[in-house]
Design a binder for this molecule. Sequence first.
Ligand code: SIN
Length: 279
Amino acid sequence: MNFQTERLGPHMAAAVSGIDLNRLPDAPTQAALTRVLHDNLVLCIRGQALAPVPFRDAMAQFGVPVLRKQLAQTPECAEVNIISSEDRDVLGDGKRLVNGANWHTDDSFMREPCSLTMLYGVVVPSVGGDTQFTNMYAAYADLSSEMKARIDGMQVIHKYSSSRKLSRISTRPAAEMAAMPEATHPLVRTHPETGRKSLYLNPNRMEQVVGLDRAESDRLLDMLIAHATQPRYEYRHSWRQGDIVIWDNRCTMHKANADYPDGERRLMHRVIVAGTAPY
Ligand code: SIN
């Protein structure tokens, strides 16, 4: 299967076209798509029209899809979550909820966070609703050698409902919250497939650096977040209907924008695939 590739941002993100994922790619094509993703961190596959089951099946070529019940699931396929302009905090105040409105990487409160996230633009607004990405390889590479020596080997506690969180998160049943995992992860991680080092931050889930007092931990995390979210590390994806955007949570952070006109709809289907414990 042949496809065309176009670079999207100056240092990350590529789009491919000429593929219809209703037919699963053959092995060399799939390997080529995975290579484009590893080289570019964010891969957009243009022009798709996929029902939930074929979407899940196509994404399963990149990894093993996992269930997440914190987001609504499509009736046709439980591994396909729904992110929508109609999302509300139904168990809480009932108000509108914008999932992922602040910088984050998916799932870092889990011991084995998902490796990739795939978002499929089923309905996209006429303007706005972009997703922003930041390149955590580049953010790490640009740190001074003194800072690298200081933070290499540091561990950070991540929690679902961290006391540092910036985003409103959906209210979950008490039993689910009590069972919600937390995890300790390295502040600098090595990508298991590319071997490259990146900063591993999640402003929404990080609680504290192990071994630092709270004030010192907050100072360090705030400084690293400010560094990693500078515009020079960013790619901003402006959605076209039918885009599937796949990103690597091991070397990027991302953020949603709810800045589209009132009354316009934005409907995304999401699949995430399993990862391993960061090291
Ligand atoms: C997310 O953070 O997973 C959602 C991103 C988006 O809706 O743009």
